[in-house]
Design a protein around this ligand. Structure first.
Ligand code: AMP
Length: 404
């Protein structure tokens, strides 16, 4: 299957070639032809599967087919995302894939000045990528007109619900034209997502790509059991001994993220924290420095890390396990992106056993449990000792929990 077979025309095929993509990913293979048939879509796709191109490419194709000559640079497509970072990245994709087409796009999110956004909107844009809160501000101030919207895309809808955006989304959708095509992407299906889908989508086609595509198959997962007080020491050891150059580390709290990045710096490892209390500029700079390799470790909370897209991110570390199991799937989806092998390591202490049990239930898989020589955990923990460099005495135990 090629991108051409999917029905995309030459300006898009050219942009795809320039990106170096050779074949469509499974979600792209499934979603693109259906979207091109103008059907509503409810897609279960995790981040890292190529879902952004999966909706951006057919969206641009449909816009170019319709030509919308009479309504040049009016907002025809609206993409809603949960976070500023994801909004920026989606809009970047729109520009990238649409570079040989005449459409203009804008990204709208809070935490930055509103005036440049107003100016951009005034000049006229075809595609808006926005987070719900700031979009509502523009709607209230009448600085955006959504009456020509033909396409609504809800990206990472489950996360938008988790973040409490449901009413904001409803307010936005209420003012959109009823005649439109709606696409909803979500990593997980819950009752709330089904409800949202029933409300906003018309007889949607369901698309699911094998979960195997991310968490289970291309991400090598391991639990390193360790005493809580020695987690930082173990992390430093893993990074230094393993010569890891680019590591995304998750902590549960903003305070924890700040503290850990400071401690890593003290250990001689360049690190920066990214979380909701940081200004947008600080977050953008931290991410850029991390991408460029100026800092080796990015310490993030779940919400801040949403939407981070770094090609071939090799290592993700859960400094603490998330108490919401779905967050584990989102976190490890940061590595092993688009077919590249990745490694996700969780540093787990005795108190986190219940979180681990729930995560394993969700991913329907036992994660290999080990401890690194020199970092012996609580004797009640059942795990295999290993040496640095992966000389693993433990094998992936088919059954059984970490702790007895
Ligand atoms: P997403 O799931 O949309 O966040 O995409 C994950 C990553 O996959 C991004 O870095 C894309 O640039 C990349 N990507 C998307 N489609 C393809 C493709 N067909 N071939 C190779 N890489 C891709």
């Amino acid at each position: 299957m090629t991108f051409k077979d999917l029905g995309l025309s030459s300006p898009l095929l050219k942009a795809i070639r320039e990106q170096g993509y050779e074949t469509p990913t499974p979600i792209q293979e499934k979603a693109i032809p259906i979207i091109l048939q103008k059907k509503d879509v409810l897609a279960g796709a995790q981040t890292g599967t190529g879902k952004t191109a999966g909706f951006t490419l057919p969206l641009l194709e449909l816009l170019s087919r319709a030509k919308h000559k009479t309504q040049q640079h009016k907002v025809k497509a609206l993409v809603l995302t949960p976070t500023r970072e994801l909004a920026s990245q989606v809009e970047e994709s729109v520009r990238l894939y649409g570079k040989h087409l005449p459409y203009k796009s804008a990204v709208i999110f809070g935490g930055v000045k509103i005036n440049p956004q107003i100016a951009a909107l005034r000049k006229g844009v075809d595609i808006v990528v926005a987070t719900p809160g700031r979009l509502l501000d523009h709607i209230a101030q009448k600085t955006i007109n959504l009456q020509s919207v033909d396409f609504l895309i809800l990206d990472e809808a489950d996360r938008m619900l988790d973040m409490g955006f449901v009413n904001d989304i409803k307010k936005v959708v209420a003012i959109l034209p009823k005649e439109r095509q709606t696409l909803l992407f979500s990593a997980t299906y819950s009752e709330a997502i089904k409800k949202l889908s029933n409300q906003f989508l018309k007889s949607p086609t369901l698309i699911e790509v094998a979960r195997a595509n991310t968490s289970s198959e291309i991400v090598k997962q391991a639990v390193y059991h360790v005493d809580k007080t020695r987690k930082r020491e173990l992390l430093t050891h893993l990074i230094q001994e393993g010569k890891w150059q680019q590591v995304l580390v998750f902590t549960r709290t903003k305070h924890g993220a700040n503290r850990l990045s400071g401690q890593l710096e003290k250990d001689g490892i360049t690190a920066v924290a990214i979380h909701g209390n940081k200004s947008q500029n600080a977050r953008t700079k931290a991410l850029a420095d991390f991408k460029k390799g100026v800092v080796r470790v990015l310490v993030a909370t779940d919400i801040a890390a949403r939407g981070i897209d770094i090609d071939q991110l090799p290592h993700v570390v859960n400094f603490e396990l998330p108490n919401v199991s779905e967050d584990y799937v989102h976190r490890i989806g940061r590595t092993g992106r688009a077919g590249n092998m990745g490694e996700a390591i969780s540093l787990v202490c005795v108190d986190e056993d219940e979180f681990l049990v729930n995560i394993e239930k969700l991913i329907k898989k036992d994660i290999p449990k080990v401890w690194l020589k020199g970092f012996k955990p609580d004797p009640s923990i059942k795990a295999e000792p290993i040496n640095m460099g992966g000389n693993r005495g433990a094998r992936n135990k088919p059954r059984g929990r970490g702790r007895r």
